[in-house]
Design a protein around this ligand. Structure first.
Ligand SMILES: Nc1ncnc2c1ncn2[C@@H]1O[C@H](COP(=O)(O)OP(=O)(O)OP(=O)(O)O)[C@@H](O)[C@H]1O
Length: 554
């Protein structure tokens, strides 16, 4: 039985939902739409169709003549109905939680494909007014996260509910419920805030200078809105404190149970639908404010919201978690490589992807010719998820039975952790910062190039195996796979050259007397293990992807 259920949500075409889409990285140009048909029609063409649970993406003739069909889905959600979306994605996972299992819903897709809409709802939906109007029901426009929280609140078996929310951006983690304060990955018991780390800066200017129109969605205005909201909350809290003559903080005291605070993030207790709206809109506002101000953010920022619930049952207090994640697909993998395998995101998700947790992945695709290529990438990611079966992850390095690629991912993650703790290489005094940074960049590029090489090597192995199964010949399919094999072989060769170049550079820099100081012994040992594992994986051609429920997915 598959460990992961994959559902597709199709965002209607931009003109059907009153959306003006923009070219990535610019605020001014609108998207140029490649035509799916050779006809003169200027209307944007639909690129996604669904029949039963098979989803077909038609790619524009300019880039490819083929259409791709995917039939691994357990269901599909079309249109804007949030009730239907919750019934398909949220409700089953809540019943799993009721059986005392941790659960995860992950929305994955390109920017603008509807992840936030699915998880939170449309912008501006998370308000007290919406709660009032819908009372006693859940606001119709709300997405899965606030809805799940709403239903958990009304579950008599749930004795307390709290929420934490973090962002993973460029391999750093931030607290979305505490002004995006940097967090450090910690052990379950030793979670701490990262000291002396700068928060990625927002607009320097004062917000709301009177020149912005009402309803303006720029980063400055979002920041101002968030600040005003926080001030309102603080005023409300102190008014309540005066009434009850006791400390009113909505912030929960640090829970004693270790697994409540995996990385030291803020955990807010929620007790009413209004609390849910407040917390959810704070998370949304913090994310959106950032998206206007950090150029590269939209291709690299992921959010994870966790609902922590405590239940009283016969065996005492039970703690369960529902993780709701939004993972942005890196701009069509070919444009930039994001080394997900050893990433923070993977590390954070790993716990959820193991041991009986129910996982539902919602692959989000946007209808429209301009999104077709990205949609195919997203659907391919979904197919990798759907193929995952439950596999134990306990094998340790070097044991004959362990998957070396998985061991490699684990080893990389552990090295990163040691590095964060300051156990890695240090630098001699008197060397300019630019030189040290240049060295670090080279090391990072080297590691990325190795990762790319392994990825392409594995894809090449798979393509070769497929070519062999097809038996060659002149059919269109055979020719296509043969050309894919050639393409991948060229990429592997290119990566190999990069690896050699950067290895040379790094070695030269390391040989400068006094520049690099030896790392801590533990780090050095781990580095040795890493090299050995890299060789093992390279020897077997990148390893297999089958069966891993953690790192290889992301
Ligand atoms: N099913 C839908 N029905 C109506 N509108 C939708 C739907 N899905 C998305 N939208 C709208 O499309 C726009 C982009 O969607 P959304 O912000 O959810 O994308 P996203 O995947 O979260 O993007 P990003 O990764 O950049 O944060 C929003 O205005 C959203 O409300």
């Amino acid at each position: 039985m598959p460990a992961i259920t994959v559902v597709a949500r199709i965002r209607p075409m931009a003109d059907q939902i009153g959306l003006t889409e923009r070219l990535r990285g610019t605020d001014t140009e609108t998207l140029k739409l490649p035509s799916l048909s050779s006809g003169p029609s200027s209307a944007p063409a639909s690129s996604v169709s669904v029949s039963a649970n098979t989803l077909t993406v038609r790619t524009p003739a300019s880039t490819s003549s083929a259409s791709s069909s995917f039939s691994y889905l357990s269901s599909t959600i079309q249109g804007s109905d949030q009730d239907a979306t919750y019934n398909t994605l949220g409700a089953p996972i809540l019943s799993h939680l009721a059986n005392n299992k941790n659960s995860t819903v992950l929305a994955y897709g390109q920017t603008g494909s509807g992840k936030t809409h699915t998880m939170f709802g449309p912008e501006g939906a998370l308000t007290n007014d919406a709660v009032k109007v819908a009372h006693p029901n859940v606001p119709q426009s709300w997405g899965i996260f606030p809805r799940a929280a709403f239903f958990l609140l009304s579950d008599p078996a749930v004795s307390s509910l709290s929420i934490s929310a973090i962002e993973v951006f460029q391999e750093k983690t931030y607290d979305l419920l505490n002004s995006r304060r940097p967090l450090q990955m910690g052990t379950e018991t030793a979670a701490v805030y990262a000291p002396n780390e700068r928060v990625a800066s927002l607009h320097g200017a004062e917000a709301s200078n009177g020149t912005h129109p009402p309803g303006c969605r720029c980063g400055v205005c979002w920041q101002a809105k968030k600040k005003a909201q926080e001030e309102r909350m603080a005023r409300r809290d102190s008014a309540q404190a005066a009434q009850t003559k006791r400390a009113p903080s909505k912030r929960a005291a640090a829970p004693t149970e270790d697994n409540f605070r995996l990385i030291g993030e803020t955990v807010e207790v929620v007790g009413t639908p209004q609390d849910i709206a407040r917390v959810a809109s704070t998370v949304e506002a913090t994310r959106i404010a950032l998206s206007h101000n950090l150029n590269d953010r939209s291709s690299r920022s992921h959010a994870m919201i966790t609902l922590h619930l405590a239940k009283h049952d016969a065996s005492g207090r039970e703690l369960k978690q529902l993780l709701l994640g939004m993972v942005i697909q890196g701009l069509a993998m070919k444009k930039q490589h994001i080394p997900y395998r050893d990433s923070k995101l993977t590390k954070l998700l790993r716990g959820q992807l193991e041991g009986g947790a129910k996982i539902t992945i919602c692959v989000c695709v946007a209808d429209g010719a301009e999104h077709a290529e990205e949609s195919v990438c997203t659907m391919r990611f979904g197919s990798r998820c759907a193929a995952v079966s439950n596999v134990a992850h306990e094998q340790s390095y070097g044991e004959g039975g362990g998957d070396p690629e998985e061991a490699l991912n684990r080893c990389r993650a552990e090295l990163a952790e040691l590095e964060e703790k300051g156990f890695g290489e240090t630098f001699g005094q008197g060397f300019p910062e630019s030189e040290v940074n240049g060295y670090k960049r080279n090391v990072a590029t080297l590691s990325e190039s190795k990762e790319r090489q392994l990825t392409f090597q594995r894809d090449l192995m798979e393509a070769k195996a497929r070519a062999k199964r097809m038996g060659g010949g002149e059919s269109r399919g055979s020719k296509k796979i043969a050309s894919k094999v050639g393409e991948l072989a060229a990429k592997v060769a290119e990566c190999k050259r990069d690896v050699e170049n950067y290895e040379g550079l790094v070695m030269r820099q390391r040989s400068i007397k006094g520049f690099v100081r030896a790392p801590n012994k533990l780090y050095a040992k781990k580095l040795g293990e890493l090299k050995e594992l890299e060789q093992r994986v390279t020897r077997r051609g990148g390893g297999g992807v089958k069966g891993s429920a953690s790192a290889p997915l992301l």
